[in-house]
Design a protein around this ligand. Structure first.
Ligand code: ZN
Length: 449
């Protein structure tokens, strides 16, 4: 197969499924981009092993691709010979973990997870040396005022991001699931900070309930209005199954430009040219200040700054779209009612949170975290909390996908009855999660704090 553009897991999966022998990816410019192409999130199990790519994949320069294309267009029989050495195996890779506890003497206290990868392609000065520097500096500055923290900070430097499809963070999520579920309140990930020319700060990923935290920090430091993009299926976001609200990944991006720029992280990204000369110290300082601001708020707010009313509005809009497309093939009004209740309760809880005393704040935080364990997986997983979804692009609200499939089916399709079976089961899983989240919020509202 001759493919336009850099190698991706999506093309690799399609090529393997289509029994291709190999792919030649034509780069949009003169550089060759190193890519990780496995559609399996983390290390493979016996169930996902067969999904590893089975084709030989090579990248070629734009100019060479053009030459090949011209010869094909001329009707010439073109033979391409691809040679590759495949190296797969089980290896130990280093993860660096550092705990900074809040200075409040509470054992087993909640903490904020602050992470980034330390493995790179080639020199990797921006991706991910820039973010490594951001993490160290933010932690150093924050630690100086540890007495003001309400919760702890855990730093994790992952391996296996660039070459193992998030194998480090996925392993960590699986190995420490129990502790993370009990104690971790938020995940802030940083990637590729300080890039030269990275002037756009409106486009980093954040979950609905933390949108305002991201937007407030970004406008305060850069003056830019954050649009709040949904997270992509990337950036060591291995903790959605646990139910941890997460933000960022790459933070600052290149303005749209000529094709040579290729990616939002600059033409040098994932090439041997990711060197010191593409770091702008001013941008690195700006990005680090934004991360610092976000962490300060997460560490010191008496009540966790989760906005579940905003989450509820976002889910309500998705359900309204589905309801219209379903045309009475499945009743989802119970889901809509549950989301209305979620918005009502989250709004009431936010009012209660203003100026809440320490003890009351503890109760409110406990209920918000309980709700998040149900709500984050609805927004970002297929609904399966204990196994990782594939590393392939996914639709928003993937837990609703069974209903979405029915909604997209032509109205008179003979398959409708089968799709209804699956859609009804999907509806019930979402209803159960919403009920548990609503119970968590109601429990604390009933306390009349
Ligand atoms: Zn990176």
């Amino acid at each position: 197969m001759l493919v336009e553009g850099i190698a991706t897991e999506e093309v690799a999966a399609l090529a393997s499924a289509g029994r291709a022998i190999g792919q030649l990816h034509v780069s949009p410019n003169e550089y060759l981009y190193e890519m990780c192409v496995s559609p399996v999130w983390g290390s493979p199990s016996q169930h996902t092993r067969a999904k590893l790519p089975s084709t030989v994949i090579c990248s070629i320069r734009h100019e060479d691709g053009e030459r090949l294309r011209r010869r094909l267009a001329d009707g010439e029989q073109v033979r391409a010979r691809l040679e590759a050495e495949v190296d797969t195996g089980w290896r130990k890779t280093p993860l660096l973990v550092a705990d900074l506890d809040a200075d409040n003497g509470v054992d087993d206290a909640p903490f904020v997870l602050f992470s980034g990868h330390h493995d790179t392609w080639h020199f990797g000065v921006m991706d991910n040396g820039g973010a490594n520097a951001t993490m160290l500096e933010a932690a150093r500055v924050l630690a100086a005022r540890r007495s003001e923290w309400k919760r702890g900070l855990r730093l994790c430097f992952w391996s296996g991001h660039s070459h193992g499809r998030y194998s480090g963070s996925a392993w960590y999520a699986d190995e420490y699931f129990d502790e993370l579920e009990r104690r971790c309140v938020a995940h802030v990930n940083v990637d590729s900070t300080g890039g030269e020319g990275a002037a756009v700060l409106t486009n980093s990923g954040v979950v609905d309930e933390l949108k305002a935290v991201a937007a407030d920090a970004i406008v305060a430091i850069s003056g830019q209005k954050h649009a709040g993009r949904r997270h992509g299926r990337a950036a060591d976001q291995s903790f959605w199954g646990v139910g941890i609200p997460s933000m960022f990944g790459s933070l600052s991006h290149q303005p749209p430009g000529p094709v040579k720029m290729l990616t939002a992280l600059g033409w040098w990204w994932h090439t041997p040219h990711d060197t010191m000369d593409h770091i702008d110290p001013k941008n690195l300082e700006r990005d680090t200040r934004i991360v610092l601001e976000v962490l300060w708020r997460l560490l010191t707010s008496p009540v966790l700054p989760y906005d579940y009313a905003s989450y509820a509005r976002s889910l309500q809009a998705e359900l309204a779209r589905l309801k219209t497309a379903l045309e009475d093939r499945l009743d989802i009004s119970a889901l809509q009612d549950a989301v209305c209740e979620l918005e009502r309760q989250a709004t009431a809880l936010a009012r209660l949170s203003n100026g809440a005393a320490d003890k009351a704040a503890d109760f409110i935080n406990g209920s918000l975290v309980r709700a998040s364990r149900q709500l984050v997986p609805l927004n970002y997983t297929s609904g399966e909390r204990f196994h990782h979804d594939p590393a392939l692009p996914h639709r928003p609200w993937p837990s609703l996908e069974g209903i979405g499939e029915l909604a997209r089916l032509p109205a008179c399709s003979p398959d409708t009855v089968f799709y209804i079976v699956h859609a009804r089961q999907t509806r019930n899983r979402v209803a159960s999660a919403l009920r548990q989240a609503n119970e968590a919020l109601r429990d604390v509202l009933d306390l009349k704090l």
